[in-house]
Design a binder for this molecule. Structure first.
Ligand SMILES: [Zn+2]
Length: 86
């Protein structure tokens, strides 16, 4: 390892992968209920599924919902360098 590699610094950016999409999963938190929503990229349909579950099962009105995405980290070139921290 050289001294140069020890002190090398490169700024990076993280963002949603351009080929990726946000997906939603959910599960009902009512005691004893095993209802779960499989991962979907149709977020409105996911919301509808939760509301439909509540409509069919009064009292099942609390859900754990998780949104997920694929992220991409890219190294910035000199033109895109982040401003220095103050
Ligand atoms: Zn339920």
């Amino acid at each position: 390892m050289t001294t140069r590699s020890v002190f090398a610094y490169a700024a990076h950016r993280i963002r949603r992968h351009p080929a990726g999409e946000i997906t939603l999963t959910a599960r009902c938190l009512a005691p004893g209920c095993r209802w779960e929503l499989d991962a979907t990229s149709d977020l409105a349909a996911g919301d509808e599924a939760c509301m439909a579950h509540t409509g069919l099962n009064p009292g099942h009105d609390t859900f754990e919902r998780t949104w997920s995405e694929v992220s991409l980290v890219t190294r910035l070139d000199r033109r895109d360098k982040l401003p220095e921290a103050e």
